[in-house]
Structure formats: structure tokens, C-alpha cells
Design a protein around this ligand. Structure first.
Ligand SMILES: CC(C)(COP(=O)(O)OP(=O)(O)OC[C@H]1O[C@@H](n2cnc3c(N)ncnc32)[C@H](O)[C@@H]1OP(=O)(O)O)[C@@H](O)C(=O)NCCC(=O)NCCS
Length: 222
């Protein structure tokens, strides 16, 4: 049976989810992309969807009212807190998440992906890795052996999560940041772009720089 998929979010990551889905179809997966749902798409993003012949299906309310056409969904919104809120709502409406994995991503043995995960082009995910629900792995990310990423983690392009690292729920790891091996990064942390994490990180802080430093007071508001 052909899986019918809707992407939530017309912005950058939403359209990168489309890239992954289109590449899966080109590789022979039986998928149909019904279109994109977004509560407030910009004019430029609507034009970008039209240019690639992807229908805009309206707001979430429009889509839910339309009966959703038995589609499953992928949330293409990078912000972990916003993503969690949307997923709670869509799951409560009885919708099914879809897991989108670009065929150029590579995986080691015994790696597991929970529902709703998105893995973009060129990601290299090693062995015995566990990705929680709705984790986003952006292009060219590396995730080392035995790492565990909690639900709703976002790993931005070219970041490196080393072996045996544990990343807490709702944490965002910025572009080209590196987390060194065997460390734990708490929940709802933001690791800034280019930071190098060299120590365990408590929850709800913003880490910047090399070596990564943070204020002991929580900086990260939602
Ligand atoms: C670290 C981060 C969360 C900081 O956000 P913020 O607190 O709102 O930052 P601001 O823009 O207000 O800057 C505050 C200060 O931090 C500095 N700063 C911002 N990001 C930084 C980073 N990644 N590394 C080092 N310093 C950084 C700013 O230069 C500024 O310094 P100043 O006070 O000396 O002028 C954010 O800049 C970041 O890196 N997010 C990840 C972005 C990413 O991955 N983008 C790719 C998307 S695909």
C-alpha cells in the first residue's frame, strides 16, 4: 500500500523533509506526498512550494477539518518545543507519525529510530544508536556509536555527537557543534553553533564557545 504523507511546516526544514521524502520515492519507496500544512506560511515559502509542485493544504485546522485523507505526518519544524506541542496535538487527533530517512544517510548495526524521526541527506549514524520520537538529524550530521538522543532532539547540520553520548529530551545541538564522547547533555539545552562540549551539561542552559561554557542560571526560555 502507498503511504500518504503530509509535511507540517513550509519553512526551511519542512522543505528539507520534502527532499528526504522525494529521495525515498526516487529510491522506490511507495509514498505519496499530499502536500504541506502550515498555519502562517510566508509568501516566499508558498512560492517555493508551488515551484516544486507541492500543494499547500492550508492551516492545521483546515487540514484536520478536511478529514486528513488518512495521511501520516512528518513535523518539519526545527524548534524542539514547538515540535513537541504540534505532535501532542496531532497524536491527540489520532494521526500517525511517519519516519523519513533520506536514502543517502548511513546506519550501523542495531540502531533504532522511534516514530516521527527525520534523517536528512548525508547523515552518518553509527552502531547501537537510539533516536527518540521526532528527533531531527540534519544534513551531514555524525552520531557516534551507542549514543542516545531523547525525544524531540534536533541536531543541526554538520554537528558531531560522539560515541556513548546521552542527549536529553528537547535539546537542540547547533550547526557544526561537537559533543565529545561519553558525556551527558541535559534536557532542553541549546548547544550553540560551533561549540565544543567537553563536560556534562545540566538541563536548560545555553552552551557557547570552545570549550563550551554556560551560565549556571538557566538562560533558555521557551
Ligand atoms: C548560541 C545561541 C543559542 C545564542 O543565542 P542568543 O543567546 O539568542 O544569542 P545572541 O544572538 O543574543 O548573542 C548573544 C551573544 O552570544 C554570542 N553568540 C551567539 N551565538 C554564538 C555561538 N554559536 N557561539 C559563540 N558565541 C555566540 C553573540 O555574538 C553575542 O555576543 P556579544 O554579547 O559579545 O555580542 C545561537 O546563536 C546559536 O548558535 N544557535 C544555534 C543556531 C544554529 O545551529 N543554526 C543553524 C540552523 S540550521
Amino acid at each position: 500500500m502507498t503511504e500518504r504523507v503530509v509535511v507540517i511546516g513550509a519553512s526551511g526544514f519542512g522543505r528539507e523533509c520534502l527532499d528526504a521524502l522525494e529521495a525515498m520515492m526516487a529510491a522506490g519507496e511507495r509514498l505519496e506526498v499530499l502536500g504541506v500544512v502550515d498555519d502562517s506560511p510566508s509568501a516566499v515559502n508558498l512560492r517555493r512550494l508551488a515551484e516544486r509542485d507541492i500543494p499547500y493544504l492550508g492551516t492545521r485546522a483546515d487540514w484536520l477539518e478536511s478529514g486528513t485523507d488518512r495521511a501520516s505526518y512528518v513535523v518539519g519544524i526545527g524548534n524542539p518545543a514547538v515540535r513537541r506541542q504540534l505532535v501532542d496535538e496531532l497524536d491527540a487527533a489520532g494521526l500517525r507519525p511517519f519516519t523519513a530517512v533520506h536514502p543517502s544517510a548511513t546506519f550501523g548495526a542495531r540502531t533504532t529510530l522511534a516514530e516521527g524521526v527525520v534523517v536528512c541527506a548525508g547523515a552518518a549514524i553509527s552502531t547501537n544508536v537510539r533516536l527518540g520520537r521526532h528527533v531531527h538529524v540534519n544534513p551531514n550530521v555524525t552520531i557516534g556509536h551507542d549514543a542516545e538522543l531523547g525525544d524531540f532532539v534536533s541536531v543541526n547540520p554538520a554537528a558531531v555527537i560522539s560515541g556513548e553520548v546521552v542527549v536529553g529530551e528537547g535539546t537542540l545541538v547547533g550547526a557544526a557543534a561537537t559533543v565529545l564522547q561519553n558525556l551527558t547533555v541535559g534536557e532542553r539545552v541549546v548547544v550553540g553553533a560551533g561549540a565544543v562540549v567537553t563536560r556534562n551539561v545540566p538541563p536548560v542552559v545555553v552552551v557557547k564557545g570552545v570549550p563550551g561554557r554556560w551560565s549556571e542560571e538557566p538562560e533558555c526560555s521557551e
